[in-house]
Design a protein around this ligand. Structure first.
Ligand code: BGC
Length: 423
């Protein structure tokens, strides 16, 4: 493992993304508890709320069943990771983003340490290394042990130490094989979903706690950054991750422009400025564009929607990257972007538009480390449950059979083409 910063000629990372709770199966954390307590209500609500999905009729039988909202075995990636890594290789990917599940390592208390779970992730990392696949490791992707939730999780500033101590020991054990780290996945989304919308688990969901949690997650990021920079002669590249949207105006009017400026300021610019010395690269998750008319959201009518009813604007990844790079002057790794698309109708187009966006951004001087599509496998989409299909690879949850979608083959061909042009 190199002890210095990546050289500019390091190979571009072409990858796919995932997170433990969404694909591993058999986890026991605050989410699994919440799922069990809420599955029946979510299934009942889906009869009404499900109408937001473009294909409600077709989805109705799935989303109105409580089982949809229980993660359970999922793709059983925990036991089948070798087969999934074979697929990464088959697609020609040289990078994989995943998260290490804290609740497997300290399931019962902060004094716990499950060597078997650590060994599992050691073997996991070794297997990637053997295949020449660069790991991008997330340390917290929305899930944590039940005892941590009971202590108030990130609502309490003093609880950050449990996470940091865990990370310290974990990285002493596994850090040798890790270069790219994402300490916290989308602190903004967690604060919003768990505390403002109250649609995800939280110990005490109030808006004020949401602000505290966001603040504390930023503090946790900062502490992990410092810790990693002190360990092992700085070989880690630590990324700051959040969701980035593209804000634009419907009409160019002064109030719409002011609204877009304000949205960027509050969503991105303040936090990026606050943390500016505590990340080596920006870890970008991009899913949305938001069109503003005056101070209102005014997305184009009749635009095509993904299975989840989200507008699809993969091309706006370019201005997002350019804007961020101009402000932060740090290299960018696209750690997530993708679309819920069970029929694989839009994914090929989505990837193509993303690739064009990467080229456009590069031409405008943006330094890019890599691109990781969300997701490698169909996965558990949090409060929506199992039905949304984000995978390059489809998973049959009954048989666990993996099927590579045509768009994934297209992605593989595009990567091969780029490698040929820029060896
Ligand atoms: C999250 C993923 C999620 C994806 C699609 C991102 O905000 O990091 O866990 O599955 O969006 O909604």
């Amino acid at each position: 493992m190199s002890k210095t910063k990546k050289s500019p000629s390091a190979p571009f990372l072409w990858g796919a993304s995932s997170s433990a709770h969404q694909i591993e199966g058999g986890t026991f954390n605050q989410w699994t508890v919440w799922e069990k307590n809420n599955a029946a209500v979510l299934a009942e609500q889906a009869k009404y709320l499900g109408r937001q999905y473009p294909d409600f009729k077709r989805l109705r039988p799935y989303i109105t069943k409580p089982e949809n909202y229980i993660s359970g075995r999922l793709a059983d990636h925990y036991n089948r990771y070798e087969a999934d890594f074979d697929i990464l290789e088959q697609l020609g990917l040289n990078a994989f983003r995943f998260s290490i599940e804290w609740s497997r390592i300290q399931p019962a208390s902060e004094h716990d340490w499950e060597d078997e779970a650590v060994d599992h992730y050691r073997r996991y990392l070794q297997s990637l290394k053997k295949r020449g696949i660069t790991p991008v490791v997330t340390l917290w992707h929305f899930t944590h042990p039940v005892w941590f939730e009971a202590k108030g999780a990130f609502e309490q500033r003093r609880n950050i130490r449990y996470f940091v101590r865990y990370v310290q020991r974990l990285m002493q054990e596994l850090g040798e094989d890790i270069e790219y780290v994402v300490p916290i996945n989308e602190p903004d989304t967690y604060a919003l979903e768990s505390y403002a919308r109250v649609e995800w688990p939280a110990p005490h969901p109030t808006r004020l706690n949401g602000l505290k949690v966001y603040w504390n997650l930023l503090a946790a990021h900062r502490q992990v950054y410092r810790l990693l920079k002190q360990q092992r002669g700085q070989h880690y590249q630590v990324g700051f991750n959040k969701g980035y949207a593209y804000y634009y105006t419907a009409d160019g009017a002064w109030n719409s422009r002011l609204a877009a400026w304000g949205a960027y300021l509050l969503a991105d610019d303040l936090v990026m400025a606050l943390l500016r010395r505590q990340y080596d690269y920006v870890a970008v998750n991009y899913y949305f564009a938001v069109r503003l008319r005056g101070f209102r959201v005014n997305n184009p009518p009749n635009e095509p929607l993904s299975d989840m009813g989200w507008g699809m604007q993969p091309q706006y990844l370019a201005p997002v990257l350019v804007r961020l790079y101009r402000r932060c002057k740090k290299p960018i790794l696209v750690t997530e972007t993708g679309v819920a698309d069970v029929d694989d109708k839009y994914r090929k187009w989505w990837i193509t538009e993303n690739l064009k966006a990467l080229s456009a951004a590069r031409k405008q001087g943006v330094k890019l480390i890599g691109y990781m599509h969300w997701a490698l496998l169909d996965n558990f989409e949090w409060a929506h449950g199992r039905w949304p299909c984000f995978g390059l690879v489809a998973v049959n949850y009954a048989t666990l059979k993996r099927t590579i979608r045509p768009s994934a083959k297209w992605y593989a061909a595009a990567i091969a083409y780029f490698r040929h042009r820029h060896p």
